[in-house]
Ligand binder design. Sequence first.
Ligand SMILES: Nc1nc2c(c(=O)[nH]1)N[C@H]1C(S)=C(S)[C@@H](COP(=O)(O)O)O[C@H]1N2
Ligand SMILES: [Mo]
Length: 210
Amino acid sequence: MRERSGATRERVPPGQVVTTKWPVLHYGDVPRVDTKTWTFEVSGLVERPFTLTYDELLALPQKTVRCDIHCVTRWSRLDNAFEGVPVQALLARAGVKAEASYSLVHAEQGFMTNVPLSDLDRPDNLIALRWGGEPLTPEHGWPARLLVPHLYFWKSAKWARGLELLAEDMPGFWEQNGYHMRGDPWLEERYGGRSLTQHEINRLRNRSKR
Ligand SMILES: Nc1nc2c(c(=O)[nH]1)N[C@H]1C(S)=C(S)[C@@H](COP(=O)(O)O)O[C@H]1N2
Ligand SMILES: [Mo]
């Protein structure tokens, strides 16, 4: 942890502490991934759903995003250089339908996180493949993770496998366990209240598929 200069303070949301390390945080085990069978799917309320192989994803135009990341457990890491495929390029290719207003990001082992479409459809969001010029390490999400740098980092699903566009909001894994549905670090949208029951989750899932 470092002392904060004035300039740093302006970049660090309330209640956060800067770290120069990059902690590893996730539920469950680091999945084993075989890039020969790996796919990335864009589905749900889109005109042209599609599935990419790993090689097809790698062949798409990529860009570098320099950003700060903010974990809800109160660490922030400044000046990260992620490289990957812009989420907006995938959304444009799929053709998001007018009814879509939310998304669920799907990852290995059934992990999900929900992101409103207005937060997903932003130029700094990536399907990130590299960090600091090197491929992501397995514990940080190799081969591909979502990057949504303006929201708390739990929305940046590691080991991402797809985006599903939905009409209604549907809580993902951490959100079902009480994390906020949106997660803006500048508004300290950390926890949204109580955890949901399985019955409530099933009801929401049926509604969002309508
Ligand atoms: N698949 C998956 N992605 C995940 C998580 C998880 O449990 N599973 N945890 C989230 C949380 S809570 C955080 S803070 C970040 C941590 O990313 P890092 O380990 O690369 O720092 O990953 C997010 N992405
Ligand atoms: Mo987190």
